[in-house]
Design a protein. Structure first.
Length: 213
């Protein structure tokens, strides 16, 4: 895909959604961090249902530490892998209290050192909480970038590095939100909704699907 086509795709996505953000509900960098940690192999809707009551009673590292592992489990038991996630939440909160004065560090290495936090989670926090031009590649972005040929790659790391190279600076902060939402609601996994896609004419996917198909 050439540069001009990529810019037109990003321009249309921006015009359609000028201020995109995560669908996870949060009121602080800490709440965002915990929600993203919980969202692995779970939907944002399921995470929001669990975190609303959790954050109402505990929305700081110390408050969640005071709940303990079993207390956290009682709030997140409807989320997949809740046992492991509860352990990671407690360990992460302990490190935040002991190493970072209870604050979420605006530092990639420090974030990735937290239990249950990998590169993708760090990218989301740095981007959404702190405004960094990072691009977190999840399954939706991976699919959209490969299908459209916007930034094809064999794995999420390849796609991320390619996106960082080809996305102009003015689009970088919002890019991953646009692609996530596009993959979640239009360029869906099983049967993409090409007939209602605002970038259909620019997409280089060879097996487009239309309502009459």
């Amino acid at each position: 895909m050439n540069k001009e086509k990529r810019i037109e795709i990003l321009t249309r996505l921006r015009d359609n959604n000028p201020q995109p953000t995560t669908e996870l509900l949060f009121d602080s960098p800490f709440e965002l961090l915990i929600s993203v940690l919980l969202s692995a192999q779970a939907t944002d809707v399921s995470v929001n249902k669990a975190t609303r009551p959790l954050y109402a009673v505990a929305n700081t590292p110390q408050a969640i530490l005071d709940l303990g592992v079993d207390g956290v489990k009682s709030y997140i038991k409807t989320i997949g892998l809740f046992n492991t996630k509860a352990e990671n939440v407690i360990k992460t909160c302990r490190m935040l209290v002991e190493l970072h004065n209870g604050e979420v560090p605006e530092d990639r290495a420090a974030l990735e050192a937290l239990p249950g936090v990998g590169r993708k989670t760090a990218n989301v926090v740095l981007n959404t909480a702190f405004g960094w031009p990072t691009i977190a590649v999840d399954t939706h972005i991976f699919r959209v970038c490969n299908r459209t040929k916007f930034a094809p790659g064999k794995n999420v790391d390849e796609v991320e590095q390619k996106l960082l190279r080809v996305v102009p600076a003015e689009f970088k902060v919002d890019c991953h939100h646009w692609f996530i939402l596009h993959g979640r609601y239009t360029c869906v996994a099983r049967k993409p909704r090409c007939g209602s896609c605002i970038i259909e004419d620019l997409c280089e996917f060879s097996e487009k699907v239309y309502p009459e198909d």
